[in-house]
Structures are given as structure tokens and as C-alpha cells.
Design a protein around this ligand. Structure first.
Ligand code: GFB
Length: 321
């Protein structure tokens, strides 16, 4: 069964497809993956459609009548942003997912994919983390606001399936990086943060760069173009209540990652670990056997993905530059 490709249950060809969140890293990658198949996704700018406003979302869905929805819109950020903006991470994400999922149901959307995050799992879940670990233990405190919102999104999708037989599914990616990332110095995720910091340090020939935490936590990193392929694959090959994990199946310590990013950027100075900054979850490696059994596998090795992400950074890509 391992490498067999599951049969196609749903065909994206010829459908009206809405990518919610196309300005973000994930939605942008999904839009590009669809374009590579000759499909132009429907998108809506924030000025045209505020996903936190129910009446706007309902009006947009009844006017545009998409048949398929990729729900990639979310309020996201790294460990520090999660920690200091709890209301934003909980409220904004609850509103976006509740509004979009309910409007999709009312407008008769045939298939919806909700995207979450590996931070939904308990802080001390057994590794690699199986989908069944959801709600088995307490969450990591730095990101519980975001995690609770994303767990609610999974449950919402399941509730429409159970009550109305809606074909709504959920995919939980591990930590992502790549084209279109957020390079904010404090509110970004670790790869974008370090890429920028090392790049700036290289330019001024700084002796030392600060890396947050102890360097011992382990993380699994997935190139966002691979996630986009997974999103298209599951929407066509999966239809069930259980959310699916999406990752590479391999992890790396933050210390090792920092050394690798420094190499890719060409920064040759020292790394200093600031242990006053939080480490977060000690480890969150996903068990990706369900997605492998459906015939999808991550393609991009970390080093190659980091080089592509750095090329995008150098070309001026991403936000908060
Ligand atoms: O990427 P990151 O913020 O995500 O941090 P999380 C990962 C690890 O990298 C943590 C360390 O142990 C950080 O302490 N790190 C080292 C840094 N230097 C830096 C830096 O300069 N910036 C950042 N951001 N980290 C997030 C959740 O947790 O993961 C979100 O808070 C979401 O809700 C996301 O789930 C995928 O994996 O710790």
C-alpha cells in the first residue's frame, strides 16, 4: 500500500476554485500550483473582502459561487508573536474559519480544504505525532491560542460533514518556509528570521548573530511549494473526517538549522544562543504515513528549499522587508 496512489475521488479541472488567503505564503503557493495546472483561482483582496466580517463573506460567496475552497487564510506568526498577541491569534482565526466554512456550506461548495498547523498537538505528544494524538494532552503555552483556533477549525469542518454530509477536509502542515515568507525581525518564524538576521550580519560583517532559545528544540520543515502539491493531492484523493498530517518525516535541531541557514546565506561569524527567549515545544515531528499511503511525498530537501527561499529573499520577495 505504501507507495500506491489512491484513486481520484474529485477532479479540480473545470471547477471554480477560491483560494482564501492568496496573499499569504501558503495561499500564494496553492495559487501557483493551480496555475501550473492551467487553473486560474478566484482570489479576493483584503479591501474587497475582509474574512473576519461575516456579512462580507456571505455576500462574496453568494455573488461568486465557488465550487471548491482552499482555506489558507489565517493570522500567523512565530513563537514570539503567538506569545504576545493571544487575542489576535485566537479571535481572528476563529472568525476567519467560522465565516468561510459556514458561507461555503450555505453557498453549496462541493469541497473545502481547511489548513491548520502541527501546533494543534499536545506539547509532549509521542513522536512521530500521529493524527490520533489530537486532544490527548495539554498544549504548548506559547501557541495555545493559535492551536485552539485551529482545533476549532478541524472540528467545524467535521461538524458540517457529520450534520450535512459536507465534503470538508483538513490538512495539518508542519513548520513551513519558502517563497513569500514573513521577514519581520521579531514576529516571523525561525527560518525567515534567521535568514534575514544572517543576511544583514553578512553585509556588515558582524562577529556574532543571536539565535533564540537553547538551540535544542527539534522542528520539521516543509517547503511551501511541496505543501501546495499536498493540498491539491488531498483535495482530489481524500474525503474523510479525520485531519491529515503533512510533513517531510524528518526533523532537525534549531542549532543545526541555524548552522545550515548561515551556510546558505554565506554568513561566517559565530552563533550566540539567547536562552532568555522561549524554546517552545521540545519536538514536533509528524507521522506522515497516512499522506504517504495516499500517494504524496515531500520532494524538496531542506538545503535546496533554503537556497530557493534565500534566492526569493534576495529578489525582494516576502513581507515585512
Ligand atoms: O519558527 P518558530 O517561531 O515556531 O520557532 P514554533 C521555532 C524554534 O526556533 C523555537 C527558535 O525554539 C525558537 O525559539 N528560534 C531561534 C527562533 N531563533 C529564532 C528567531 O529568530 N525567531 C523565531 N521565530 N524563532 C510556531 C507557533 O511555533 O510554529 C505557531 O508559535 C505555528 O503557532 C508555527 O504553529 C508553525 O514551532 O516554535
Amino acid at each position: 500500500m505504501g507507495n500506491a496512489v489512491a484513486s481520484k475521488l474529485f477532479d479540480l479541472a473545470g471547477k471554480k476554485i477560491f483560494v482564501a488567503g492568496d496573499r499569504g505564503m501558503v495561499g500564494g503557493a496553492i495559487t501557483r500550483a493551480l496555475a501550473a495546472r492551467g487553473i486560474t483561482a478566484m482570489v479576493a483582496s483584503r479591501a474587497e473582502l475582509d474574512l473576519e466580517r461575516q456579512e462580507q463573506v456571505e455576500a462574496w460567496f453568494s455573488a461568486h459561487r465557488p465550487q471548491v475552497v482552499f482555506l489558507a487564510a489565517a493570522h500567523v506568526g512565530g513563537i514570539h508573536a503567538n506569545n504576545i498577541f493571544p487575542r489576535d491569534f485566537l479571535y481572528k482565526n476563529l472568525m476567519i474559519e467560522a465565516n468561510v466554512i459556514d458561507a461555503a456550506h450555505r453557498a453549496g461548495v462541493e469541497k473545502l480544504l481547511f489548513l491548520g498547523s502541527s501546533c494543534i498537538y499536545p506539547k509532549f505528544a509521542d513522536q512521530p505525532i500521529r493524527e490520533e494524538a489530537l486532544l490527548e494532552g495539554a498544549l504548548e503555552p506559547t501557541n495555545e491560542w493559535y492551536a485552539i483556533a485551529k482545533i476549532a477549525g478541524i472540528k467545524l469542518a467535521q461538524s458540517y460533514r457529520r450534520q450535512f454530509n459536507a465534503d470538508f477536509i483538513s490538512l495539518m502542515p508542519t513548520n513551513l518556509y519558502g517563497r513569500g515568507d514573513n521577514y519581520h525581525p521579531e514576529h516571523s518564524h525561525v527560518i525567515a528570521a534567521l535568514m534575514r538576521r544572517f543576511h544583514e550580519a553578512k553585509l556588515v560583517q558582524a562577529q556574532e548573530v543571536v539565535v533564540w532559545g537553547t538551540g535544542t528544540p527539534r522542528r520539521e520543515f516543509l517547503f511551501v511549494e511541496d505543501l501546495a502539491e499536498a493540498a491539491l493531492h488531498v483535495i482530489e484523493h481524500y474525503s474523510d473526517a479525520l485531519h491529515l498530517n503533512c510533513g517531510t518525516g524528518e526533523d532537525i535541531s534549531i542549532g543545526e538549522l541555524a548552522a545550515l541557514v548561515a551556510q546558505v546565506v554565506g554568513y561566517k561569524g559565530k552563533l550566540a544562543f539567547d536562552t532568555t527567549k522561549p524554546d517552545g515545544t521540545p519536538r514536533k515531528l509528524l507521522d506522515v504515513s497516512r499522506l504517504h499511503a495516499l500517494g504524496w511525498r515531500a520532494k524538496t530537501p531542506l538545503r535546496e528549499g533554503l537556497s530557493a527561499a534565500y534566492a526569493d529573499f534576495l529578489a525582494g520577495g516576502g513581507r515585512n522587508r
